[in-house]
Design a protein around this ligand. Structure first.
Ligand SMILES: *Cc1c(COP(=O)(O)O)cnc(C)c1O
Ligand SMILES: [Zn+2]
Length: 417
C-alpha cells in the first residue's frame, strides 16, 4: 500500500497527480506529498527494525506505488565513529556515514537511482538515461542492466576513466559531451522532451530526489533513533543536502525521533562553489559558475536545487565553505590515514571543509557531527597521482631490506623528530 498523495508545488502549493512531471505551471519544482497520518499510524521503530538492512526498510516514506521490483539491496551503509579523525581535526565526536561502500556502484547515487528506476518501471519507460558527473552514470548503467532496461548516460567528456569504463561495462551507451555538466543537462532536457525516455534526474527528478532521504533516515536509526547536532554534506546539484534536512524533519514529525534542529553544513570545491558562495553572502540566489576542480562529481556550476539547498542551510543555522584542490587531496589522505576509508574527491571536499570551518571557529567542536562520505576513492585515484610516497623497490635480499628500507624508515623518523 502506498502513502503517496500526489505532487505538490513547493511555492504555490498547487497539486498534481503522480506523473513524470517536475515543475508546476508557475515554474517552481514539484515535490512528492505523503499521507502523514497514515505514516503515523503504520510506521514504528519495530516495523523498520524487522526488515532487511537496505534503504527499502523505509519504503512507506518513498514514492513507489507498489513494492520495489529491482535495486532491492541498496543502502544501509555503515555509520562509523571516527575518533582518530576527530582528534586530528580537534573536535569531540565525529561519525562517518560511509556511502563509499554503497551497493552496487559505491556511491550515494545508488539510493536515488534505486527509487528512480523502480518509478521508471511503474511508469512503463523502456529506456532510462541521465545527465551525470560520473557516479550517477555508473549507477544508472548498473541498475538498468540488472533491471533489463536499455540505458543512455550523458557525461562531460573530461571525466575520470574509472567513471567512464565503470558505466560502459554494464552495456550502457555512454555519450561524452564536449562541454561541462550544465551543457550536458541542457541537452538531456531537450532529449527528454522529444523522446519520452525516463531521465532519472530530469523528468524523474522529483522521485530521484526522494531516494536521498534514506541516507538521513539511516543516520537517525543508526544513532539509536536520535538526530546528530550537525551534518556536513558535499553539494553538486543540491538535492542531497536539501533532502537530508527534509528527512530529519519527517522523522520528528511522525514521532520516530525527538525533534531537534540539525545544523546543515554545505561543502563545495573552490573551483565550483555556487551554493556555499551564496550562503556566505547570506542569500539564496545562486550565481552560476564555470567549474574547474578535481572534484568532478561535484562540478555543477548551475545547480538545479541550489536555491533550496542554500535556503535549507541558512534556515538550519548552518554554514558552507569551499576548499581548494590541494586541500581536497589532503582531506582524502587524512580520512584514509586516520580511519582507513578511501573516499573519492567529494569525500576530500567534506573532510577539508570540516577542517577549515573548525580552524576558522565556524563549526562547533563540541557538536556531534556526521560527515557524509558519498563516493569511493578507487574511482578517483587520478587525484592521488604523484601525491603519495611511491614506495621503495628492492631485490629479494635481507640486506637490501635492512640497508634501504629500514634505514630509510629510521632516517624519516629522525627527520620527523
Ligand atoms: C552526486 C554526488 C553528490 C551530491 O549530489 P547532489 O546533486 O547535491 O544531490 C555528492 N557526492 C557525490 C560523490 C556525488 O556523486
Ligand atoms: Zn506552483
Amino acid at each position: 500500500m502506498s502513502y503517496v498523495i500526489g505532487l505538490r508545488c513547493k511555492e504555490c502549493g498547487k497539486t498534481y497527480p503522480i506523473s513524470p512531471r517536475v515543475v508546476c505551471d508557475c515554474i517552481a519544482p514539484l515535490e512528492v506529498s505523503y499521507d502523514l497520518d497514515g505514516w503515523k499510524r503504520v510506521i514504528t521503530r519495530e516495523l523498520i527494525a524487522s526488515r532487511p538492512p537496505t534503504m527499502w526498510r523505509y519504503r512507506e516514506m518513498l514514492p513507489l506505488e507498489g513494492e520495489p521490483t529491482v535495486s532491492r539491496s541498496v543502502g544501509f551503509t555503515p555509520l562509523v565513529p571516527a575518533p582518530r579523525l576527530a582528534k586530528a581535526l580537534g573536535c569531540r565526536k565525529l561519525w562517518i556515514k560511509n556511502d563509499a561502500v554503497n551497493c552496487p556502484t559505491l556511491s550515494f547515487k545508488d539510493r536515488v537511482v534505486a527509487v528512480a528506476i523502480n518509478k521508471a518501471i511503474e511508469f512503463g519507460f523502456k529506456v532510462v538515461a541521465c545527465a551525470s558527473t560520473g557516479n550517477l552514470a555508473n549507477a544508472v548503467a548498473a541498475h538498468a542492466a540488472a533491471a533489463g532496461l536499455e540505458s543512455y548516460v550523458f557525461i562531460p567528456e573530461d571525466l575520470e576513466e574509472a567513471k567512464v569504463l565503470g558505466s560502459a561495462v554494464y552495456g550502457a551507451k555512454v555519450i561524452k559531451i564536449r562541454g561541462n555538466y550544465d551543457s550536458v543537462n541542457r541537452l538531456c532536457s531537450q532529449i527528454a522532451g522529444e523522446y519520452g525516455w525516463g531521465f532519472v534526474n530530469v523528468n524523474l527528478r522529483t522521485f530521484y530526489a526522494e531516494g536521498s532521504k534514506t541516507l538521513a533516515y539511516e543516520v537517525a536509526e543508526q544513532l539509536g533513533w536520535r538526530l546528530p547536532d550537525s551534518i556536513v554534506v558535499p553539494i553538486a546539484g543540491g538535492s542531497l543536502i536539501t533532502r537530508v534536512g527534509k528527512a530529519f524533519k519527517e522523522l520528528s514529525d511522525i514521532g520516530l525521533v525527538e525533534p531537534k534542529n540539525v545544523t546543515l553544513i554545505g561543502a563545495q570545491a573552490t573551483g565550483c562553489s555556487p551554493v556555499t558562495t551564496a550562503v556566505k553572502r547570506g542569500t539564496r540566489e545562486i550565481e552560476p559558475q564555470k567549474p574547474s576542480t578535481i572534484a568532478r562529481s561535484l562540478a555543477i556550476g548551475n545547480p538545479a536545487d541550489g536555491y533550496y539547498a542554500s535556503g535549507a542551510i541558512m534556515s538550519s543555522g548552518g554554514t558552507g565553505e569551499d576548499v581548494t584542490d590541494p586541500e581536497i587531496v589532503s582531506g582524502m589522505k587524512l580520512l584514509a590515514e586516520t580511519e582507513g576509508i578511501l573516499g573519492e574527491t567529494a569525500a576530500g571536499v567534506t573532510i577539508a571543509t570540516a577542517r577549515k570551518l573548525l580552524q576558522q571557529g565556524k563549526m562547533n567542536p563540541d557538536a556531534e557531527t556526521v560527515l557524509a562520505v558519498t563516493g569511493n576513492g578507487l574511482k578517483t585515484l587520478d587525484a592521488l597521482h604523484n601525491q603519495l610516497d611511491p614506495g621503495i623497490t628492492i631485490r629479494p635480499r635481507l640486506e637490501e631490506f635492512e640497508n634501504q628500507v629500514l634505514t630509510a624508515v629510521r632516517s624519516a623518523a629522525v627527520a620527523a623528530g
